[in-house]
Ligand binder design. Structure first.
Ligand SMILES: Cc1ncc(COP(=O)(O)O)c(C=O)c1O
Length: 479
């Protein structure tokens, strides 16, 4: 059982002497005071980050004090916008320690937009291979449909049921297979399901064997330093709202120049060409990022990306990393130790049970003394009544979900068959979950909490206290 807030916080502080609670308290008060004012415990940073007040203020001041026109021209207001867009591009490269001679930044709507740019334009053919880890967001899984349409071979590397990590030997074996014409390997630097940090060394290992590498950093970048001078993936998708909350609707594909040049766009749009002709039926695609930014970029939103990155720089990405790691360590330990009166565990974590090579995203169930699983949706609703925002579901990561809950391929097939049989409507996730649960007793649904830029000890303590309200309760009584 937890002690009082003061006792637990003192013990946490003693165990983490480098954790600067005063600086964090000041940051919370100044930039994220609305959390306290509104009684909110925010634990869904992998869903979306939180913005600081100063980001909004600075952005508002910039817009209120300037006149900005569409950037594709040479008048003063257009040039002012162009300057802001280019500042944002430089800020992204600076944040990632990427050499502009090596990397380019294509602004997109979000990480999914960046992934689609790669998927639709990667030169897949019947001679190509697309190698993907089970642990991936659906926007990475979705690239397989472009690959399949081109006749490419799609292979998945499974994660281990025990800790949801990729097996090094299996990855090596896949990378060692005889080379395909073009080959793309896609995996996340950090799992949005389990928080697992997959080894970044695989970028170099795959490249040595002739793969292009897509390293999904959407869940990694908000709390980890990504240094593109030492790890050099070809394609890196990002969503900025995950990193600093605001603006939503802007992401980036950070790509090596050569890798960008390898992509064959399936169309052209305003802003992406140097010249297009109706009569000749020809067009010339603009080089670099310009050839990938369809239409008008979010030129009023992009300065907020620069400001968001400056906000992260002021706090320090390593400081953010150290804080969330310490807090996740406390949570994971509490999860390991929380027991019902008869000694049965209260929590089952999916993925690593400690902070070794993992981030501060934790997927789990709450269990009753008999091992019964508390209804995940009801847990979310009850947490909400306590002002706690957590997330439930499969988090758009079906590979991890299927392994975590030991769902078989046949059970998944049955879901799709059921959809076809019962109605013209496609089968939904909820229907599939119900079908599997009714047929097998497995519960393919998960609770996830994730920490970020403003997380403090109070957040994790309040969650643990809420979860302890399930001690010695039974699922049968959970109505
Ligand atoms: C690892 C990972 N990749 C990609 C995405 C897609 O991001 P977005 O929804 O912003 O396009 C997410 C979103 O949660 C993610 O966690």
């Amino acid at each position: 059982m937890l002690g009082s807030f003061e006792d637990e916080r003192a013990a946490f502080q003693a165990a983490n002497p480098g954790f600067d609670s005063d600086a964090l308290a000041e940051l919370r008060l100044k930039e994220y005071g609305r959390l306290e004012q509104l009684g909110q415990t925010y634990l869904d940073y992998t869903g979306g980050g939180l913005y600081a007040v100063s980001q909004i203020t600075r952005h508002g001041q910039l817009l209120a004090g300037g006149v900005f026109g569409n950037p594709h021209s040479h008048n003063p207001t257009s040039l002012a916008s162009t300057a802001l867009v280019e500042q944002a591009r430089e800020a992204v490269l600076r944040h990632l320690n990427a050499d502009p001679a090596e990397y380019d930044v294509v602004f997109t709507q979000n990480a999914s937009g960046a992934l689609k740019l790669v998927g639709e334009a990667y030169p897949f053919s019947s001679d190509s291979c697309y190698l993907v880890s089970y642990d991936n967001h659906n926007s990475v899984n979705g690239i397989r449909e472009f690959a399949r349409r081109a006749g490419a071979t799609v292979s998945y590397v499974p994660v281990r049921p025990s800790d949801l990590r990729l097996d090094r030997a299996l990855v090596e074996r896949e990378l060692e297979r005889p080379a395909c014409g073009t080959q793309l390997f896609a995996y996340p630097a950090q799992s949005n399901f389990s928080g697992v940090k997959h080894p970044l060394e695989w970028v170099e290992a795959a490249k040595r064997r002739g793969f292009d590498v897509l390293l999904d950093c959407a869940a990694f970048a908000p709390t980890n330093r990504l240094d593109l001078s030492s790890v050099k993936p070809d394609y890196v998708p990002l969503s900025f709202y995950k990193m600093f909350g605001y603006p939503t609707g802007i992401g980036a594909l950070v790509a090596r120049h050569e890798a960008l040049a390898k992509l064959v766009r399936p169309w052209f749009a305003g802003g992406t060409i140097t010249l297009a002709s109706v009569q000749s039926g020809k067009y010339a695609l603009a080089p670099g990022h310009a050839g990938f930014e369809d239409g008008t970029v979010d030129y009023l939103g992009l300065p907020a990306v620069t400001m968001g990155l400056e906000h992260i720089a002021r706090i320090g990405i390593d400081t953010i990393n150290a804080r969330v790691t310490a807090l996740a360590g406390w949570l994971l330990r509490w999860m390991r130790e929380a027991r019902h009166s008869d000694g049965a565990p209260l929590v089952r974590v999916f993925g690593p049970r400690d902070v070794e090579a993992r981030g501060a995203t934790i997927a789990f169930y709450l269990l009753d003394p008999d091992g019964g699983i508390f209804d995940v949706d009801r847990v979310e609703r009850r947490a909400g009544e306590h002002g706690i925002s957590l997330r439930t579901g499969c988090f758009c990561n079906p590979g991890d979900g299927e392994v975590a809950h030991r769902i078989t391929a046949a059970e998944m097939e049955a879901c799709f068959d059921q959809g076809e049989r019962s109605s013209r409507e496609p089968v939904t996730l909820k229907e599939c979950q119900r079908l599997i649960e009714d047929a097998s007793g497995k519960v393919p649904n998960t609770i996830r909490i994730s920490l970020g830029i403003a997380s403090d000890f109070g957040d994790v303590w309040r969650f643990a206290r809420f979860a302890e309200s399930y001690l010695d309760r039974y699922t049968a009584d959970d109505r």
